[in-house]
Design a binder for this molecule. Structure first.
Ligand SMILES: Nc1ncnc2c1ncn2[C@@H]1O[C@H](COP(=O)(O)OP(=O)(O)OP(=O)(O)O)[C@@H](O)[C@H]1O
Ligand SMILES: [Mg+2]
Length: 535
């Protein structure tokens, strides 16, 4: 009989934080309302502070910004460790943050991510465990109630600061009438698959007089950043951005108008409407304070998507009633003692079945971890702790080449050999889509190597510097490749990131005009711009 695992009262897991009298300041509001800005002001004033970012890209942005303002700040993500001498400030990615040290001020950005099905545990751990006098959390109101509840359990003081958007977003009711020729300078067209992104870029560059930058999740942060910089700079011909939902979080871009190419996306299983909270986040990238376009516009390509866009923007934030948790290694190890001879993947399943949580928490999904654990079963000689650590390596489980490299890294590690990168450097930028995909995979493998090097003893993964130099080179090649990309994504990319053909989407190709009769009909009544105040 297996004993259940007690994950009740997670606030008691951090006795040192509980012994402190912490003050939590919740910067609560919609996008572009100054939440992160205000929290960072306090952070920079502090003697010792940390900023916890949802993305490497944002951690890098804060690192640059804060150093630029004369406050020495280091950068610590899973992949990079940039120590700035004499710095008392650090920008971390939230998964990396240490709950051992004491800080004066910490910032946890995008706190609503506590309710994220996969990564929520990292925000929950930061909020419960950070040893800081002052903790600034920034985000929308969806987790405000649950943070209130947590603070009443921890005994922390909670101060709420509510914000309004600097300028309301204006919805253009005219839409693009299904025609990408209506794209203008400063526009960002948002599509939800890699294939669509390249199709849109090709169509715009062929039929409208614009050059496009591209941002999507599989690109390394350095390349995304290079593309963002290229787009933000008015002194070049790249004046349109085509992006996935990867632009959705926190980034400050010079976007005048967000155009939703479609409002449905493939969720790994089927095509579903894009959730309202995500639509708001993405639309909120338009018209940032301090940018060239402080008045933000948003619209859709197709008229039939417009109602859904307005509905999403008007919809109040859904309240989350639970936030994510994931056990520490020590909790899994303790449980493993009860079921000897099981594989790690079985162990995870039994853990999931037997853990008890209280009403405010859920166990984060771990399918991704199980998939890696299953692959690792072949590797003999890894300790339970090694398996646990390998399973958190950043790898796209749908990319067999990247998975293969992870397996090879683990096999060499298990044989106590210094792990080689075992991959060459491509000579030139990509000339077609399969070469582009190859560059993306290579970068991912190098990034994984760097992550492993930082998470295991250094001498086990001794080629960190080489991996870093190669990754920088590949990120540059990716940037060059994107500037010159004039090809249609090949069929392999469809397999990798399933082609999405939502109901409202016509093929782009050469027919840029995809007006429907229904859209023409409705237009007669509905051509004025409509101001929608984002709640
Ligand atoms: N008081 C201020 N003075 C000058 N610039 C400001 C001020 N407040 C905010 N900004 C600028 O406005 C922009 C948006 O602010 P910020 O990034 O803090 O918004 P946010 O509410 O965190 O948005 P999001 O939810 O999208 O992360 C940033 O470029 C920021 O530097
Ligand atoms: Mg912010």
């Amino acid at each position: 009989m297996v004993e259940s695992v007690d994950l009740m009262k997670p606030h008691t897991w951090f006795p040192f934080a509980r012994a402190m009298k912490r003050k939590i300041i919740y910067h609560c509001g919609p996008t572009n309302s100054g939440k992160t800005y205000n929290a960072l002001q306090r952070y920079m004033e502090a003697k010792k502070g940390i900023y916890c970012s949802p993305l490497r890209l944002l951690a890098m942005e804060v690192f640059d910004k804060v150093n630029g303002l004369g406050v020495y700040c280091s950068l610590l993500t899973g992949q990079e460790k940039k120590h700035v001498p004499f710095s008392n400030h650090v920008a971390w990615t939230v998964e990396m943050v240490s709950t051992d040290d004491m800080y004066d001020v910490t910032v946890i950005d995008e706190i609503q991510m506590m309710a994220d099905a996969h990564r929520g545990y990292a925000w929950t751990r930061a909020l419960l465990g950070l040893k800081a006098d002052e903790i600034h959390v920034c985000g929308d109101p969806s987790v405000l109630d649950i943070v209130r509840k947590i603070c009443s359990e921890t005994g922390d003081e909670l101060v709420e600061q509510h914000y309004e958007r600097f300028k309301p977003l204006v919805v253009e009711a005219k839409t693009l009438l299904g025609d990408l020729k209506n794209v203008r300078s400063g526009d960002c067209v948002v599509a939800f698959s890699r294939r669509e992104i390249f199709e849109v870029k090709m169509a715009i560059e062929k039929h409208a007089n614009h050059r496009c930058c591209i941002i999507y999740g599989a690109l390394p942060p350095e390349t995304r950043r290079q593309q963002a910089t290229l787009f933000n700079d008015p002194n070049n011909e790249f004046d349109v951005l085509v992006a996935s939902d990867a632009v959705g979080m926190g980034l400050n871009l010079n976007i005048r108008r967000i155009i939703f190419y479609t409002l449905s996306k493939y969720n790994g299983d089927r095509i579903v409407p894009v959730p309202a909270s995500q639509v708001k986040q993405i639309a909120g990238r338009a018209g940032r304070r301090g940018s060239r376009y402080p008045e933000g516009l948003t619209t859709t390509l197709q008229l039939e998507d417009l109602d859904y866009l307005i509905e999403c923007l008007k919809k109040p934030f859904d309240e989350a009633n639970k936030v994510g948790l994931f056990p520490f290694y020590e909790q899994v190890e303790f449980f493993a003692g009860q079921i000897p001879n099981s594989t790690f993947s079985e162990l995870l399943d039994r853990f999931g079945e037997n853990c008890r949580l209280d009403g405010s928490y859920f166990l984060c999904q771990y399918n991704h971890i199980k998939k890696i654990a299953n692959m690792m079963e072949k590797v003999q000689g890894l300790s339970l702790e090694d398996r646990f650590n390998f399973c958190f390596a950043p790898v796209n489980i749908r990319d067999p080449k990247a998975m293969y490299h992870l397996l090879k890294f683990a096999s060499s590690y298990a044989q106590a050999l210094p792990v080689n990168i075992a991959m060459g450097m491509p000579k030139c930028s990509a000339r077609n889509d399969s070469e582009l995909l190859d560059l993306e995979t290579r970068h991912q493998v190098l990034s994984m190597y760097m992550w492993l090097s930082n998470h295991f003893e250094n001498d086990k993964f001794p080629y960190f510097k080489k991996a870093e130099a190669m990754a920088t080179g590949i990120a540059e090649l990716l940037g060059e490749s994107l500037a010159n990309a004039r090809w249609k994504p090949d069929s392999r990319s469809v397999g990798k990131q399933q082609k999405v053909v939502p109901k409202s989407q016509g093929e782009v190709k050469d027919q840029l005009c995809i007006n429907t009769s229904s859209s023409r009909r409705r237009l007669q009544h509905d051509t004025a711009s409509l101001a929608v105040h984002v709640p």
